[in-house]
Design a protein around this ligand. Structure first.
Ligand SMILES: Cc1cc2nc3c(=O)[nH]c(=O)nc-3n(C[C@H](O)[C@H](O)[C@H](O)COP(=O)(O)OP(=O)(O)OC[C@H]3O[C@@H](n4cnc5c(N)ncnc54)[C@H](O)[C@@H]3O)c2cc1C
Length: 511
């Protein structure tokens, strides 16, 4: 028998979307302990500048008069995800988000805003090309959180570059901050930093608690109702990435350092079935002088070329689709890293990347690090970056011709709504003509892995036979993603983490 050091109804491992589970359990009258592996709350969720959630037909959208339906949203989701995740899980996700927002909005600590963000497969049936399935949390003044404010992870500029803490929490930080604020109002909630869950404790096939390391000591916490693993992905663990065949590296992931897959391992050790373990939320990564490729989006110009000086993708496509195109090329051996963004001098030597997530530092630092080159002519630029000059000139000429005609015959750049989201509907094809010409180095980044423990629609973890493991729940990037091998729309990762954490807590309440 275990010697318990602590006892609660619900134990939550991870403080990103998992806070939705902690909050729900507390609000429904259960005692809760949140254990967070690192020195700050929030995980990758707190890195998100948007904190967007893809929750069709939710009350925020309904109030704004959006004429969507769950059926349409489900048609879209099913069309793009296919059978790579269970149909009932997909339906739960698509229909469930609206209810969770209703639940949160009935507490004054929460507020959300519509933030149109086109679905990522604009040509799929019932895609919402006006982006009205996406909401973000309202900003929160840091002062509202008092001392807790410095315990919220991020933003990336503060963490990686030492920029000052902003006075407002926005995006994912606002979401995390709002959950923390709400949680402090419940007496039976304890929040623990530097406390990784390392092992699950079972009795007669049921998960009854967990071992958590605190200050290097093993602490046994009994969880009467259950344990929720919402500990993110294993993107920060190169050994696990290799074991499961996840392209890319821990160096180039956006996940915070604590996302090492220990909760995945704890789940597998008690018999949890897994799925999608080679999958991540991908993106192109701008390589910064610290040597790390970081998730970048919102390109207002430029083209990507491979080592043959050829374009290989619609550069304005959603980042996960870009990432998958890069992986395909790498797998086929027709590309090596870095590849290059080629752009002209219309906006100066800094690449036309409007959202680098990790703020760009001084241009000269990139030049010194061999990550940016400039030249008066394209052939000279080609020589500097080691691609065939004739091919690069031909590629740019062909692209300029497409730009002049407003049609990308090779990769369809501009064909879908998302491609035009950052140019106010105008063509994203911007000719490359004004010298000097520039090249910026890019790699492969990811927003985290998305393979994990298989769950049912109540977020109960399943064993290999498909039966729930009593007392064990998973959500977010610790669960096998409801979105399978695609990224249907901005707001899926955080949405799935918040919703399935919430549903896990409700299930525990009911038991
Ligand atoms: C710049 C950026 C912008 C993004 N924008 C969006 C967006 O707008 N919308 C969207 O949906 N997605 C977005 N994403 C992706 C999204 O942020 C993540 O996929 C999502 O937040 C993951 O949530 P999670 O709860 O699964 O994990 P996380 O938020 O990563 O939280 C996991 C937490 O668990 C902790 N942990 C790990 N192991 C243990 C353990 N053993 N015990 C205890 N704690 C542990 C970690 O330290 C971490 O704090 C963005 C990502 C980035 C990088």
């Amino acid at each position: 028998m275990t010697d318990w050091n602590d006892e609660v109804d619900v134990l939550v491992a991870g403080s990103g979307g998992g806070l939705a589970g902690a909050y729900t359990a507390a609000r429904e009258g259960l005692s809760v302990a949140v254990v967070e592996a690192t020195e700050q709350f929030g995980g990758t969720t707190a890195y998100s500048g948007g904190g967007g959630m893809w929750f069709p037909c939710n009350p925020v959208l309904r109030r704004a008069g959006v004429d969507d339906s769950f059926e349409d949203a489900l048609t879209y989701f099913r069309a793009v995800v296919g059978d790579r995740s269970p149909a009932d899980l997909q339906e739960t996700y698509v229909r469930g988000g609206a209810r969770v927002i209703e639940y949160l909005e009935s507490d004054d600590d929460f507020a959300f805003q519509m933030f149109p963000w086109p679905d990522y497969f604009g040509a799929a049936p019932k895609a919402r090309t006006d982006g009205k399935r996406h909401i973000v949390p309202a900003p929160l003044p840091a002062a509202a959180l008092g001392e807790l404010a410095t315990s919220v992870r991020g933003p990336l500029g503060t963490e990686r570059l030492g920029e000052p803490q902003p006075e407002y929490l926005i995006g994912g930080r606002a979401l995390v901050g709002r959950f923390l604020l709400a949680l402090t109002k419940y007496p039976d909630v304890s929040l623990h930093l530097n406390s990784p869950l390392v092992e699950l404790v079972t009795e007669a096939g049921r998960v009854v608690g967990a071992i958590v390391e605190r200050d290097g000591e093993r602490t046994a916490i009994r969880a009467r109702k259950g344990v929720l693993l919402a500990a993110g992905g294993f993107e920060g663990n190169d050994a696990l990435r290799q074991r499961f065949g996840v392209p890319g590296t821990a160096r180039d992931t956006m996940g915070p350092w604590g996302n090492q897959g220990r909760a995945h391992e704890a789940g597998m050790a008690v018999g949890a079935a897994t799925d999608l373990m080679d999958q991540a939320w991908w993106s192109p990564g701008m390589i910064h002088p610290d040597g790390r490729a970081a998730f970048a989006l919102w390109f207002t110009g430029g083209i990507f070329v491979d080592r043959d000086g050829q374009r290989f993708v619609n550069e304005s496509a959603p980042y996960d689709r870009l990432g998958r195109a890069i992986i395909e090329r790498l797998d086929a051996g027709s590309m090596s890293l870095p590849y290059w963004m080629i752009y002209d001098d219309s906006a100066g030597p800094v690449p036309p990347v409007q959202a680098s997530n990790v703020p760009m530092v001084d241009h000269e630092d990139y030049v010194r690090a061999g990550l940016r080159y400039s030249a008066a002519t394209l052939p000279e630029l080609a020589e500097r970056i080691g691609v065939p000059a004739g091919a690069l000139v031909e590629t740019v000429n062909r692209f300029n011709d497409f730009a002049d005609r407003g049609v990308d015959e090779d990769f369809g750049r501009g064909d879908e709504a998302y491609d035009r989201a950052f140019s106010e509907g105008a063509s994203p094809l911007v000719p490359i003509r004004k010298g000097p010409f520039h090249a910026a180095a890019f790699g492969l980044s990811d927003l985290g892995t998305k393979g994990g423990l298989r769950t049912d629609t109540a977020a109960r973890v399943l064993d290999e036979s498909g039966a729930p493991i009593p007392g064990l729940y998973a959500a977010g990037n610790t669960m096998a993603a409801v979105s399978g091998t695609v990224y249907p729309g901005g707001g899926n990762p955080i949405g799935a983490s918040v919703l399935f954490s919430h549903l896990a807590a409700l299930d525990m309440v009911g038991r």
